[in-house]
Design a protein around this ligand. Structure first.
Ligand SMILES: Cc1cc2nc3c(=O)[nH]c(=O)nc-3n(C[C@H](O)[C@H](O)[C@H](O)COP(=O)(O)OP(=O)(O)OC[C@H]3O[C@@H](n4cnc5c(N)ncnc54)[C@H](O)[C@@H]3O)c2cc1C
Length: 412
């Protein structure tokens, strides 16, 4: 029988980074996934390491905007009424958690993690020899008119007390920075964040380092998790694995393993899509660009220009609906000279979310040796390395670099 100190269930960027951090602290770790490493949500994101995102994505509180959302009038968010009974209770809690006082509390909790997120990735990237994937060029929030630019300026101002720098760009300055953009009344250039040109290559780079240091990746099914004599058992294609401790990092599927263990959470997903395009000859982008008034993002990737969508509220396993990605393509063609599509079908993924937009990180209260690390919402790439560190510090009894209590499952 295979044995390990720790089994990490789920090999997205969150699981792989946690496995590396635990291994760095002398633990023998086996990483388990039912698919290949990094092939799900972590495959398709926009690649931003959001070093400026102290305030997690909040539920809008402007009644007029809510009315427009309710009729699917904005491309940035889409609802499926057929799935409303499944996500309405979550949305209500999300609304409550986004109240200004609560949002500030959450921001203060996550701040130390955001502040360390890029450094922590850079350390792992250097060790893994994949630092060439990193672009320290920030990202741009582009506005199409004066009214929205003015709101964007205020949002950037609000981040100043947190020591976050942003350049305000008028149309000419924007054109100088990103000459291929065709539109843009003004923009905020967030300077601290960075981005990667290939999120899958990053996850695979971390895996390579993990394996070079003696770690193992095995295919297996996390739903077979059982408590055993001295720890936990899980079925893998190489036979049963017995581990003293288990980390659950199944991203959008975490609830499927939690529920049978008796942990019921207000858990939901925000689905998102992407599609790649060749740029027209001579056109290029040096950093991700969010078209704030049209609700989608352009990210330059190794595969081409990746057009990523905002949030879709639907059941995780409901059939895909390509409305947002198709609408985003129309808007994107106004903004940037896109040539032909690269893939036939868009990619779809699911952001794993709790209503306070904070991850669940820490020990399972009723199962000694079981640990959680999931629910990283819009920022799983951003937080993977730093959450892996915080978790590893907790599991090995080190002094933690930040207070982990706001991320405990017991807050629900
Ligand atoms: C369109 C879009 C854009 C985004 N942009 C950004 C961005 O720019 N920056 C950022 O920080 N974040 C971004 N995100 C969010 C980010 O991608 C996610 O938060 C992150 O990928 C979650 O990682 P994860 O490892 O928790 O989940 P996943 O990558 O989904 O990994 C979970 C793993 O669990 C495995 N699994 C599931 N069930 C089982 C089982 N029964 N047995 C074994 N294995 C199982 C899956 O196969 C999968 O590999 C974006 C997301 C989307 C959808």
């Amino acid at each position: 029988m295979m044995k390990a100190d720790i089994a990490v269930l789920g090999a997205g960027i969150v699981g792989v980074a946690a496995a590396l951090q635990l291994q760095t602290r002398g633990r023998e770790v086996v990483l388990i996934d039912r698919r290949g490493v990094g092939e799900e949500t972590s495959f398709g994101n926009a690649g931003i390491i959001e070093r400026a995102s102290i305030f997690p994505y909040l539920f809008p509180r402007d009644i007029k905007k809510l009315a427009v959302y309710a009729f699917n009038g904005l491309n940035e968010a889409r609802y499926h009424w057929r799935d409303a009974p499944a996500f309405a209770p979550f949305l209500f809690r999300y609304f409550l958690e986004s109240a200004p006082r609560r949002a500030l509390d959450h921001a203060l909790s996550v701040r130390p993690l955001i502040e360390a997120c890029l450094d922590e990735h850079e350390t792992l990237m250097a060790q893994a020899g994949v630092d060439h994937l990193l672009r320290k060029t920030g990202w741009i929030k582009l506005f199409r008119d004066e009214a929205s630019f003015s709101q964007g300026r205020s949002a950037a101002e609000a981040l100043k007390p947190f020591g976050l720098r942003a350049d305000l760009l008028d149309a000419q300055a924007l054109k100088r920075l990103e000459p291929s953009l065709r539109e843009g009344f003004g923009a905020v250039h967030y300077l601290e964040p960075a981005s990667v040109s290939d999120p899958l290559a990053l996850t695979l780079g971390y895996l390579k380092l993990f394996e070079a240091r003696g770690g193992r990746f095995v295919r297996g099914d996390a739903t077979t998790l059982r408590t055993a004599n001295e720890g936990f058992g899980v079925a893998t294609v190489e036979g049963p694995l017995l581990a003293r401790e288990v980390v659950l990092s199944l991203g959008p599927w975490s609830d499927l393993v939690l529920a049978p263990l008796g942990y019921k959470l207000p858990f939901a997903v925000k689905r998102g899509y992407h599609r790649h395009f060749h740029p027209q000859e001579g056109a290029s982008l040096s950093r991700p660009v969010l078209d704030a008034d049209r609700g989608y993002l352009l990210a330059p990737m190794a595969q081409g220009i990746r057009v990523t969508t905002g949030a879709e509220f639907a059941r995780r396993d409901a059939p895909p609906d390509y409305t947002q990605v198709e609408q985003s393509e129309i808007f994107a063609r106004e903004l940037f000279p896109l040539a032909e599509r690269i893939e036939e079908k868009p990619w779809m993924g699911s952001r794993p979310c709790l209503p306070d937009m904070l991850p669940v990180l820490g020990p399972a209260p009723r199962h000694k040796g079981l640990w959680f690390n999931f629910g990283h919402q819009h920022h799983g790439l951003t937080l993977a390395a730093v959450c892996g560190r915080l978790l590893a510090e907790m599991m090995t009894g080190e002094q933690t670099f930040a207070d982990p209590s706001p991320f405990s499952i017991e807050r629900f």
